[in-house]
Design a binder for this molecule. Structure first.
Ligand code: MIC
Ligand code: SF4
Length: 641
């Protein structure tokens, strides 16, 4: 049987293990990306590893998240990243140059290569046939140092796209259909590989919208083939030499299969507060809209912006709506400004924002109390916008622009004939906002502002773990719940002691206080604990607060690894009903830890209830070693990487 695209790339990069689903493999990483809100920590960890220059083909540090400067913190962090990048051989994408995933597609992504990024939407690059995976900062730091990346071999799911999208139906509707069918945990342990006749009809930015939001399925990554469409795109980006054909063999085998008939889809929206609460927009026509935000790494390409500009052209934004638009990159924004499309947006009354994440991560533009906000983004978790009571719907740029004009959720099919946007034969190319690293780094002084505090380090495992269950949370808790991020907290991403006071507070306001009073303890959780963002802070803040283990019904991939990387045990209830049995403030104890850490099952005593629970500890030997020695940094140092 032939190989599929994902397996072809994995095979070429395989350093350890066999490509058997569920088995541990290690792959070589060609390229890395970081952004600023995870980057400071990743570079502090890189420095702690004591590796001089990066050993990848190319590593890029982007500034796109922490862009509001209402105090010196963010600017200080940017300066740290700029100088540490220059010293260690990393390219630096200056603030204003755009959102990491959009700029990576345009200027850096290479089909057939592997990319590890400290951001969960790194799989966006699967749109040009890269094997691109999101991870915690520490994993990225190790990869920058030339270390391989470990993961469990995912199942490869064939998504057969049939037919062609109808007028006004978009790539966003394809991925929302995937989320409707599979839910936010439907992709855990899987790679979605898109094939079939429908693929040829989708442009690179459309493909990238789909691979981007594969992160919301919990997938390891998503990928399209690198075909003629990618070839044309890279040619138009002046990067033809980066192209190579990466396609599945005709007789390629897959672990699972599914099919979407593109012609059967209709415009859709994900309702508050989860990307999988998907309904046709026709069901929402009575919903009045207060805010519309267009942009983010999901939908901020040149093509998306041109469609929006043409819907807005000659109209005025409804008087009850505030419309913001953030073009995804300097390239996109410059092209819009030169061809006049930007003026259609401004004339209509759009508020043009910097080419950055902006409202997607709550960096400004928080909606009014109870407001309805329609966004072309990928996440609508409660409170992420900065307004807890706001109701965020995720939609295509076409729906967003149409609704901004009418003031209620609008099916764009009412607008008549759609506006066709051709992918330009030549994009406007100017890499003047990319700073090259220095030749050897010796003369570069790394600038550290006062906001940069040392990060907490795990200790090697003791023989007894004991403490209280400090909190008990429900299913699908996101890393936005565990370590909230908004314009007020993001400036402290390099200051864990400060952030720790907000850890898990959206679920349990007193959690940090209880953790401090009890010198740490445990967390009990439901299914898919830690979904969403890759932020390692969701492990570092609990580590700082003395959390020793999390007991959950199941974990999301990146967060589970971040816990292990930081020496915190992710344990899974063997019997889900034991979750019901545990109460907050129950006193738990794990004896003979140094022996039990080698076992698949760890016995936990509930001393308050005089009961025992079996917890599954289904991890690899390397992960056991990380827990024993106190996390990845200690393991890497021990093995003298
Ligand atoms: C997100 O979309 O949640 C973020 C902000 O980009 C995160 C990274 C972070 O928390 O800094 C992600 O997706 O990993
Ligand atoms: Fe930025 Fe939003 Fe994309 Fe995260 S999802 S990288 S915050 S635009």
């Amino acid at each position: 049987m032939g190989l599929n695209t994902a397996k072809k790339i994995i095979k070429k990069h395989l350093v350890k293990g066999e490509m058997i689903p569920g088995e541990e493999i290690a792959i070589k990483i060609d390229r890395t990306l970081t952004q600023d809100s995870t980057g400071t920590m990743a570079y502090l960890q890189f420095e702690a590893l004591g590796i001089g220059r990066v050993k990848t083909k190319k590593s890029v540090a982007y500034i796109d998240h922490n862009i509001l400067q209402s105090g010196p913190e963010n600017a200080d962090d940017h300066l740290y990243i700029q100088t540490v990048a220059k010293k260690h051989g990393i390219y630096f994408s200056r603030p204003g140059n755009g959102i990491c995933h959009q700029v990576n597609l345009e200027r850096f992504g290479v089909p057939g290569d592997t990319l590890l990024g400290s951001d969960s939407h790194t799989p966006t690059a699967g749109g040009i046939g890269m094997l691109a995976i999101g991870a915690g900062g520490l994993d990225v730091a190790v990869a920058m140092g030339g270390g391989e990346y470990y993961l469990n071999m995912p199942k490869i799911v064939k998504v057969n796209l049939k037919g062609k999208l109808g007028d006004w139906i978009t790539a966003k509707d394809i991925i929302l259909e995937m989320l409707r069918r599979l839910s936010v945990k439907g992709g855990v342990g899987k790679i979605f590989e898109y094939v079939g006749d429908g693929v040829k009809t989708l442009s690179v930015p459309e493909r990238a919208t789909i691979t981007n939001m594969g992160a919301e399925l919990g997938a390891t990554t998503s990928i399209f083939p690198s075909d003629d469409v990618v070839h044309e795109f890279l040619k138009a980006q002046g990067r033809e030499e980066d192209f190579s054909l990466v396609e599945p063999d005709e007789d390629a085998g897959y672990d699972e299969e599914m099919e979407i008939d593109l012609s059967s889809l209709e415009p859709m929206a994900a309702c508050p507060h989860s990307p999988d609460k998907v309904v046709p927009v026709s069901k929402l026509k009575d919903v009045k809209v207060n805010q519309v935000c267009i942009g983010s790494c999901t939908n901020s390409s040149y093509a998306d912006m041109m469609k929006v500009a043409n819907i807005l052209k000659g109209n005025t934004v409804n008087e009850n709506v505030s419309l913001t638009i953030s073009p995804g990159s300097k390239q996109v924004l410059t092209m819009l400004s030169k061809n006049g499309a930007l003026s259609y947006m401004i004339d209509a009354g759009a508020r043009i924002l910097e080419s950055a994440c902006g409202p997607c991560i709550g960096m400004g533009q928080s909606p009014a109390t109870d407001a309805v906000s329609l966004r072309t983004f990928n996440r609508n978790f409660e409170g992420r916008s900065g307004t807890k009571s706001a109701k965020i719907y995720l939609v295509s740029p076409e729906i967003a622009a149409a609704s901004a004009l009418t003031g209620h959720v609008t099916d764009p099919r009412q607008l008549g004939r759609p506006f066709e946007v051709e992918i330009p034969a030549k994009f406007l190319i100017d890499d003047n906002m990319i700073v090259e690293p220095s030749k050897d780094g010796e003369d570069v002084k790394v600038v550290r502002g006062p906001n940069i505090k040392p990060f907490p380090k795990a200790k090697s495992l003791g023989d007894v773990l004991k403490g209280k269950v400090l909190t008990k949370v429900v299913d699908n808790i996101t890393t936005d719940h565990i370590m909230p991020s908004n314009a007020k907290l993001l400036p402290y991403r390099s200051n864990i002691p400060y952030l720790a006071d907000y850890c898990l507070t959206p679920c349990d306001e007193d959690f940090p206080k209880k953790a401090k009073e009890n010198s740490g303890g445990f967390i009990a959780a439901g299914e898919n604990y830690g979904q969403g963002s890759s932020r390692e802070h969701a492990a570092l803040a609990p580590l700082y607060l003395g959390i020793k283990a999390v007991f959950a019904k199941s974990f999301a991939r990146i967060h589970r690894q971040n816990l292990i990387n930081n020496g915190i045990l992710p344990l899974v209830f063997e019997k889900p009903e034991d979750y019901e049995d545990i109460d907050i403030m129950d006193e738990l104890e794990i004896e003979d830890m140094l022996e039990q850490v080698n076992s698949e099952i760890i016995v936990v005593n509930n001393k308050t209830k005089n009961k025992k629970y079996n917890m599954l500890f289904n991890v690899t030997q390397r992960q056991r070693d990380m827990i024993k020695y106190g996390g990845l940094i200690n393991l890497v140092k021990k093995n003298n990487m």
